[in-house]
Design a protein around this ligand. Structure first.
Ligand code: MOS
Length: 749
């Protein structure tokens, strides 16, 4: 557990790990934080989208007369009058294309419709109400074409997903089918999961301001650099003249990583009207124009000896992408690393649908892939009459099962030991239906959490002023994780200065480009550069001190200075503390580090991952089969904990979403036409307070030796395994093995 002993480097108080309040907390809780839709401009105009009501086809006519005639309407932009924008392909991970464009559709530059909800017009008006009113008056007629939208009907047309440089998800070791057939005991299960949406509290919003060919965009994005270069390309302007400001992001979870049509069309609207333009999507617009998590159909088969030793593991998946873009979610990737098996078959297939493209959403692939493997291992334990934790420990691998790559660090045993003790696993009686609390059936379930550790390039500057204050500047993203707080803590320890002496700037593309906030990799990415920058800064200060005959650091070598209590920057001179820079008459020292030479280019050398053990207790009403989550304990290994409060909150948030994934959330798609049927929070059920029990989070705080400062990342691992923990608890309570998410009451009756 995190403790607060003195720093071994400086002898000073250790800031890393402390559960400090988030620096952005007061601004957010008092309402002074400015989100993308809250930047005021005197001549601000408002945009609204008109979205296609058909799935595939061509616009035959578009009547904008009534909309244009509405007082206050400034422009109605359609494919008939929109200026030509540059065509860009969609992001395509399989082909190594990392543009920000979510789809390949040239919005408003074509008359062709590729999905039900594709924008066909943008209206600009003096107020948001007028814009929406006018949007409702735009009359579109279409020539409709047949569309491929039904995932289940298309399963037979799935194609093998290519391997790509980012993600390895296939494996074919030994003969898994033969080993399965020969196994004394086997499970072979089909799993299905629903499409999902992110539902961030902050609706996607863009404010765009042109000044000649210079563009400023206020947008809550997870990747300012990517958005900036995409908009420069799309509108054919110099990227140096494009600025993206993203000071606060009201939740994102992957849904604000790419440029969706609303962003592009706001920038277009501002260019056409020569006014600052703001567009905040409605919740329905978000469903229609921003992708979510894929639907999936999976097979998970396990063969074992009578003692529980696995002899075969098969995990195959079919997911969907849009025909105009999408992301190959890594459904099978965790199965490369969880259990030792001499015979291993992993394969991912994809179908293309005329639906809005999917996109990354908190633990894309891992969240639903761990549902299958962690349910199947529980089922195997049940059939073997083994304890599900013991069965997992028996099959705990020494090296990565898929390719024998060593683990940089693996603490799954320790997380189970810690979690089992805190949860009280020993009190569980194994037989399904054997535990009761009055009228209710009690179920206890467990599952492994696992998420790879990523690291991306990050540039930053760090400056120390003569008064000892430190400024870190890095274009990273703050979408609720507490980055600025944690990075100030790390900087304080790395330099041996006080936490309050450190200011951290972020959320602006004018800053040195930071990493995208994705893959739970932002913190490790920033840490890699921060370590280099602090080191350079200390060397620079030390060198400065050597030139000052009166400096208390005279004649010391750098390592000695490093170890000196109180750090580098103050020497006690004449009874008062004075900084070395003050003494030397140097106003400040500024260091910039790029992303060269970062550690972390060793993902082929090591399998690196955050992991954990999820423990869930349910109460099931035996008459109505209503499921309530009663209690949750999660024990995690995320490497070093930079801030116990923010890390715990990340993990807890992931678990809350895992409860939604398990029990309530589903984006319902009409199989006839691919239109989303429940595009609102009234009909898409996210977990609310009443659905969420007290969640205990425990963290080992054990640094990973191969990651910067030992950080593995904690944004996504919390949702992995969570749905299986719920499903396994329900099985324990009721004897029913539900393999289709969400587990709604009808599946239990
Ligand atoms: Mo996360 S899906 O990488 O925001």
């Amino acid at each position: 557990m995190t403790s607060f002993e003195a720093s071994p480097v400086t002898g000073a108080e250790r800031w890393i790990g402390q559960p400090l309040d988030r620096r952005d907390g007061p601004a957010k809780t008092t309402g002074t934080a400015r989100y993308s839709a809250e930047y005021p401009f005197d001549d601000l105009a408002y945009a609204a989208l008109v979205c296609a009501a058909i799935t595939r086809g061509r616009i035959t006519s578009i009547d904008t007369a009534a909309a244009s005639a509405l007082p206050g309407v400034l422009a109605v932009i359609t494919h008939q009058n929109a200026p030509k924008m540059k065509e860009t392909g969609a992001q395509d991970v399989d082909r190594g294309v990392f543009t920000a464009s979510a789809t390949s559709v040239p919005y408003l530059n074509i008359d062709e419709i590729h999905w039900n909800g594709q924008p066909v017009a943008v209206v600009v008006a003096e107020t948001a109400d007028i814009a929406r009113d006018a949007a409702s008056l735009v009359q579109v007629t279409y020539d409709e074409w047949p569309a491929v939208v039904d995932f289940v009907a298309e399963l037979g047309n799935a194609r093998k997903q290519p391997e790509n440089s980012l993600l390895s998800q296939h494996a074919d070791n030994g003969d898994a089918e033969a080993a399965l057939a020969a196994a004394p005991i086997a499970v072979d299960l089909r799993f299905t999961t629903s499409p999902l949406h992110h539902n961030a509290i902050e609706l996607h919003a863009t404010t765009a301001v042109w000044l000649g060919d210079r563009l400023t965009v206020y947008e809550g994005t997870q990747n300012m650099s990517l958005l900036r270069s995409h908009l420069a390309e799309k509108f054919d302007v110099d990227p140096n003249g494009v600025r993206v400001i993203s000071q606060f992001v009201g939740g994102a979870f992957g849904g604000k990583t790419l440029a969706w049509p609303g962003t592009v069309l706001t920038v277009l609207a501002a260019r056409v009207t020569q006014r600052p333009v703001k567009l905040m999507l409605t919740r329905e617009d978000v469903y229609r124009t921003v992708g979510g998590r894929t639907v999936s159909s999976q097979r998970l088969a396990l063969g074992a000896e009578a003692d529980g030793t696995l002899t075969s593991l098969i995990h195959t998946s079919i997911t969907a992408k849009g025909s105009v873009g999408g992301y190959p979610e890594q459904v099978c990737s965790c199965s490369r690393s969880l259990y030792a098996s001499p015979n291993l078959l992993l394969r991912q297939d994809i179908v293309q649908l005329d639906r809005l493209t999917n996109t990354i959403m908190r633990a894309p692939g891992e969240a639903i892939g761990t549902f299958s493997i962690e349910s199947a291992i529980d089922e195997l334990a049940h059939r073997l009459r083994h304890d599900p934790i013991e069965l997992r420990m028996r099959n705990e691998p020494k090296v990565n099962p898929a390719d024998e790559t060593p683990f940089s660090h693996r603490r799954i045993r320790e997380t189970y030991a810690l979690g089992a003790e805190r949860f009280g696993w020993a009190d569980r009686t194994p037989e399904p239906g054997s535990m009761r609390d009055g009228h209710h059936l009690v179920g206890m379930g467990v599952a492994t959490a696992f998420h790879p550790a990523w690291q991306f390039p990050a540039e930053l500057t760090i400056r120390i002023a003569a008064d000892g204050s430190v400024l870190v500047r890095c274009g990273f993203h703050e979408m609720g994780m507490g980055g600025a707080t944690a990075y100030a803590q790390a900087t304080a320890d790395l330099l041996g200065v006080a936490y309050d002496a450190v200011t951290v700037e972020y959320g602006d593309s004018e800053l040195p480009p930071g990493p995208g906030a994705g893959g739970s990799g932002q913190t490790a990415s920033v840490m890699a550069s921060l370590i280099n920058a602090c080191d350079e800064l200390k060397r620079s200060v030390h060198a400065t001190a050597q030139r000052d005959p009166a400096s208390p650091l005279q004649g010391t070598d750098y390592d000695a200075v490093q170890a000196r209590a109180g750090g580098l920057f103050r020497g006690s001179i004449g009874g008062r503390y004075e900084t070395i820079l003050e003494r030397a008459g140097i106003p400040e020292i500024d260091v910039r580090v790029g992303s060269d030479g970062q550690p972390g280019g060793d993902t082929g050398t090591w399998v690196k991952a955050a992991a954990g053990a999820q423990f869930c207790e349910v109460r099931v009403d035996p008459d109505t089969m209503e499921v309530r989550i009663a209690r949750w304990v999660g024990a995690f290994d995320i490497g070093t904990v930079l801030n116990l409060k923010t890390a715990s909150s990340q993990l807890r948030g992931g678990i809350v979403w895992g409860i939604g994934l398990a029990l309530t959330e589903a984006t319902l798609v009409d199989p006839r036409n691919g239109r989303i049927m429940n595009p609102s929070l009234a009909e898409y059920h996210v977990p609310v307070h009443a659905d969420v029990p007290p969640i205990e989070v425990h963290i080992l705080d054990d640094p990973d030796p191969t990651m910067p400062l030992g950080v593995l990342g904690c944004g996504e691992v919390g949702i992995t395994g969570a749905a299986a923990a719920v499903a396994n608890a329900i099985h324990h309570a009721t004897g029913k093995r539900v393999t289709d998410l969400p587990i709604t009451i009808d599946k239990l009756l």
